[in-house]
Design a protein around this ligand. Structure first.
Ligand SMILES: [Zn+2]
Length: 326
């Protein structure tokens, strides 16, 4: 396992001075993939772009919530990448650790060779932890927001879950390779609702009533009218959260994990939800390289196979407010 050296010290230091409110929680948002690693690809989209957009919206909401006293949430935000950069999994975790983040939320989209695979799932490293509690809320809020198939709350030995010192979860929004899920992934309104779902989950996690901040002090961008939370539901009603039934003959459930079987770093289905035993138990999937993939979207490729010279380039910056981003 590579111990990443934090290079972007200047940027980090600029952030570290931020925590003004003693009670503010420092939230690390981790948009999956980036740079040379597009993540999952399908339906004319790339995972890295989708998850960066959702993550940025989420970050904006956290700042808006902080500025809007009606909600009660006080957050500071860091992101492991704010643009189309390659960042290793180790660097993502070590950055959050070095910053002393209170929570770590990683956002991904899934893929599988069988386009019928679909649905939403969320991972923590293990059960019975604070990270698992956060995971459950993210999954619950995302199911409510998007109405996709509930693939459940799972555990997996993913690097960003294993190596982060704070409670962490990793969310798979949906399958980029599934036409129904792709409608959500492509939609500005759905992306915003996903960001709001993450905010609500975090608020509930910290004992706050869910609250979506109103218009901030800045003028809103006139474009991009927001869709209602659930404009359409291409899929069938979802099962309640919890482990999936491995016997379920749902055609939309064909081993969606690990589409990138050619990934040499990938230990193989650490979070395979459909494997015998189900529930994506933490397995021996820990690759020595620490490049354990995230569920189905080949995170491992970003590290192990990618550009070793870039792995040390920590490009995690504090996210600046971006008026009109939404
Ligand atoms: Zn991914």
């Amino acid at each position: 396992m590579i111990r990443a050296v934090v290079v972007a010290v200047a940027a980090v230091a600029a952030f570290a001075a931020a925590p003004a409110v003693a009670s503010a929680q420092l939230i690390a948002i981790d948009p999956g993939h980036g740079g040379s690693d597009p993540g999952a690809v399908g339906s004319g989209m790339q995972e890295k772009e989708i998850v960066l957009d959702v993550s940025t919206r989420f970050a904006d909401l956290l700042r808006d919530d902080t500025a809007d006293g009606r909600g009660g949430g006080q957050w500071s935000v860091i992101m492991t990448r704010v643009g189309d950069e390659s960042v290793s999994l180790a660097a993502r975790a070590s950055f959050a650790n070095s910053m002393g983040a209170d929570r770590f939320l990683s956002i991904h989209a899934n893929a599988f060779s069988d386009p019928s695979a679909n649905g939403t799932e969320t991972f923590s490293f293990s059960e019975g932890t604070t990270g698992a509690a956060l995971r459950n809320l993210v999954q619950e809020e995302m199911i409510a927001a998007w109405g996709l198939r509930n693939r459940g709350n799972k555990t997996a030995n993913f690097a960003v879950l294993r190596e982060t010192a704070m409670p962490a979860e990793l969310h798979e929004l949906g399958f980029i390779t599934n036409s129904g899920d792709a409608v959500k992934l492509a939609s500005d309104g759905a992306r915003q609702s996903a960001a709001e779902a993450h905010l609500r989950a975090l608020q509930r996690h910290f004992g706050l009533a869910p609250y979506i901040p109103g218009p901030a002090d800045e003028p809103d961008d006139p474009g991009e009218p927001e869709e209602p939370d659930q404009p359409e539901r291409p899929d069938e009603p979802e099962q309640p959260e919890g482990p999936e039934d491995p016997d379920e003959p749902d055609p939309g459930d064909p081993e969606p994990e690990d589409p990138d079987s050619e990934d040499p770093e990938d230990p193989g289905d650490p979070g395979d939800p459909d494997a015998p035993g189900g529930n994506g138990d933490t397995t021996s999937g820990d690759s020595s390289g620490g490049a354990t993939a995230s569920g189905g979207c080949a995170v491992g490729a970003a590290v192990g196979g990618g550009h070793p010279a870039l792995l040390m380039l920590l490009v995690a910056w504090a996210v600046r407010r971006r008026p009109g981003r939404r």
